[in-house]
Each structure stands twice: as structure tokens, then as C-alpha cells.
Design a protein around this ligand. Structure first.
Ligand code: CA
Length: 327
């Protein structure tokens, strides 16, 4: 009996020492391996409304430059920025490729935009304010290189506010997103409050038919059109402050079936503005929040990237926004 008691005490002492040692290991591990925070991806500037393309094994990410002073609570945006990466983690900034002043007919406001490649040229569809036609407008810049320099491709707006009259607001013609379907037909989607879409000619600078509308529940703005497998996906900013929701279809012309929320309200920002790409076999969700403190927020935003996952039935899993981002 006495031997059993000694054994128990010895065992308890050994266990206590081991637990202490494990705690020490854990503490040193935490100190030695701090979290690698990769969101937001740009920390020396405020960036927003990102779009991205893959070209020659590189991702090119385009963003509006939020330049609002810390005491100014509206958008101040005069130029767009471009970054490139081969791994989605390390981003190289290139010289400013495009400014609102590159469009002689525009009065400012470098709002959301998207670049797409066709026939070895890069077409950049942008939102700006029109100098002489009231409201926002969509223009197109073109370049032989994904990093520019870009120049006005048309010399005038492709879409002006007066071309769409379903709503009286002057900012319903914003947030262009473009896709070239498998048969070569290009489509432009855009809108605020109303989701508009139209075909584009192969030259990418003229409409190829009437402007149609799509009925989507609680559509605010920021449509993004993409395809994965047999499915077309139309994601968009839902309500305000913005969540990102999406609809799916087997045809780019619809009918679209609403599938619910894809991403929740982004921290400290009333907009969210997604882009979705596939790169080297993985899928990514690009968005912005207001996470740079102390002055980040809805008008001083920051682009972030997290993984996106598809379910077997083609639906998308809800995004988990992380501070770690892509590792
Ligand atoms: Ca309009």
C-alpha cells in the first residue's frame, strides 16, 4: 500500500513537470511564431473596388485609390492603381496606369472598374463622373500591356446616365463588369439600384444591342460576372451597408436564381465590392474593408483577399474574412 502511494506521488510529480514543460513550449512557440497578417494586401495607401485578371501566370489587381483626407467623409478618388503578383501573397505596385484626367469628357471620380483582355489588348471599363451629361458614366481605356499606360479607347463615354431611365438617381450607371462568353460574345453588366446589362461588339468599345435589366433581390451595386464549370455567377452588393449576395444561371442571359449571401458586411466599411478569380487551381474572393486604423473606414478602404470554395452542387460557400489572408 505504501509503495502504491509513493508511485502515485511520483507519477503526479512527473505529470506536473510535463504539463509545465508543455506550457513553456506553447509560450515560446507563440512568441517565435506570431501570426502573419496579410490582409489588407496594401498598407501604404488606401485601395478600394478591386478587380483582377490572370495573364501569363500572373495576377493583375486593379483598384481605385481612396485619397479622402482623414476629416473628409466622402469619396475622393482621382486615379486607379495596379498591382501584380505570382503567388497572391507578395504584391508589386506599378506606376499609376490611369487617372480620371485621361478621359477629357470626365470631371473626376475614379470609381469601380474592371479590366478584361481581348485580342492581346487590355480593356479597362471605368466609372467616372461625366463633365457635361449629369451623373455617372462608363468609359473605356485600352492598353497593349496589363500595367498600362492606358489611354481613352473611345474619346467619349460608352454609357451615360441618360441612356438608362428606370430610376431617377444620377448614379445608376456605375460599377462595370465584363465577361466574354464561350461563343465569343462579350457582355457588360453594371448598375446601382437597377442591374443593367448589354452585349458588346468584338471591338469591345460599342454596344451590340439594347440595354436590358435583371431583377435581383435587394440589388445595390457592384455586380461581378464570372463562370465556373457550367455555371454563370452574378454576385453583387446586397442592401446597405453592403453584404455580397449572388445568383446562378446556366446561361449568361438568365434566368438567374438567387442563392443568398456570399460575404457579410466587411469590417468598418459600408461597402464591400467583390471580385472573384481562379488562379493556379485555387479560387479567391477579393473585397475591401476599412481595417487600416486609426483612419480607415468607408472612404479610406483597403483591399483584402480570402479563399473562396465551391460546393459540389456549384453553390459557393460563405466567405470567411480573415486577418491572415492568403498565406
Ligand atoms: Ca441612368
Amino acid at each position: 500500500m505504501r509503495n502504491v502511494f509513493v508511485l502515485l506521488i511520483t507519477g503526479f510529480l512527473i505529470l506536473s513537470c510535463t504539463t509545465e514543460k508543455k506550457k513553456d513550449d506553447l509560450v515560446s512557440e507563440i512568441i517565435e511564431k506570431p501570426l502573419k497578417i496579410n490582409n489588407p494586401i496594401v498598407t501604404d495607401k488606401y485601395t478600394a473596388d478591386a478587380a483582377a485578371i490572370v495573364h501569363n501566370d500572373k495576377v493583375y489587381l486593379y483598384a481605385g485609390h481612396d485619397e479622402a483626407p482623414n476629416d473628409f467623409n466622402f469619396y475622393k478618388m482621382n486615379e486607379w492603381l495596379v498591382y501584380s503578383s505570382t503567388d497572391m501573397v507578395n504584391w508589386e505596385e506599378h506606376p499609376v496606369p490611369l487617372k480620371t484626367s485621361d478621359f477629357s469628357w470626365a470631371s473626376g471620380d475614379a470609381w469601380a472598374a474592371q479590366v478584361i483582355e481581348r485580342n492581346n489588348k487590355f480593356y479597362w471599363y471605368v466609372t467616372v463622373s461625366h463633365a457635361t451629361i449629369e451623373g455617372k458614366a462608363i468609359g473605356i481605356a485600352v492598353s497593349d500591356s496589363p500595367t498600362g499606360p492606358f489611354k481613352d479607347a473611345l474619346g467619349k463615354a460608352l454609357i451615360t446616365n441618360d441612356m438608362t431611365t428606370q430610376t431617377a438617381i444620377s448614379w445608376d450607371d456605375i460599377d462595370p463588369t465584363v465577361m466574354i462568353d464561350a461563343d465569343g460574345q462579350a457582355y457588360l453588366f453594371w448598375g446601382n439600384t437597377i442591374c443593367h446589362y448589354a452585349k458588346l461588339k468584338e471591338n469591345m468599345i460599342e454596344l451590340d444591342g439594347p440595354i436590358e435589366t435583371i431583377d435581383l433581390p435587394n440589388f445595390t451595386e457592384a455586380p461581378w460576372i464570372h463562370k465556373k464549370g457550367d455555371w454563370y455567377y452574378l454576385s453583387y452588393a446586397y442592401q446597405f451597408p453592403e453584404k455580397i449576395a449572388y445568383a446562378m444561371s446556366k446561361s449568361i442571359n438568365g434566368p438567374w436564381e438567387f442563392k443568398g449571401i456570399l460575404n457579410e458586411i466587411a469590417g468598418n466599411s459600408n461597402t464591400n465590392h467583390q471580385a472573384i478569380i481562379e488562379f493556379k487551381g485555387k479560387d479567391y474572393f477579393i473585397y475591401h474593408n476599412g481595417s487600416i486604423q486609426p483612419n480607415g473606414g468607408s472612404f479610406r478602404r483597403s483591399v483584402c483577399i480570402d479563399r473562396l470554395y465551391y460546393n459540389e452542387d456549384g453553390t459557393m460557400e460563405r466567405i470567411v474574412m480573415t486577418s491572415e489572408g492568403i498565406q
